[in-house]
Design a protein. Structure first.
Length: 80
């Protein structure tokens, strides 16, 4: 059974909206993490620097993945 064009487009827009909201939250967490890591580093706690950099890298990778997902869904919706 084929979907109505509007229903498929609505699903695509819902997926993009959800991914964009998650992307915003991840970027806010990353900014908070980098700010906190810099404050602790400048306060002399050097041990927190490497774990913060690793977690920040993971968040960056997740943001890249979400961007690619959004781009793929958008391209698929534009194709139909």
């Amino acid at each position: 059974m084929a979907e109505a064009p509007e229903a498929g487009q609505k699903k695509g827009l819902t997926a993009i909206d959800g991914a964009m909201a998650l992307l915003v939250v991840l970027l806010m967490v990353q900014i908070w993490l980098l700010t906190t890591a810099l404050e602790t580093f400048l306060a002399g706690y050097r041990v927190t620097t490497l774990p913060a950099a690793v977690v920040s890298g993971l968040i960056f990778a997740a943001c890249i993945g979400l961007y690619l997902f959004i781009d793929g869904v958008d391209a698929e919706r534009r194709h139909h």
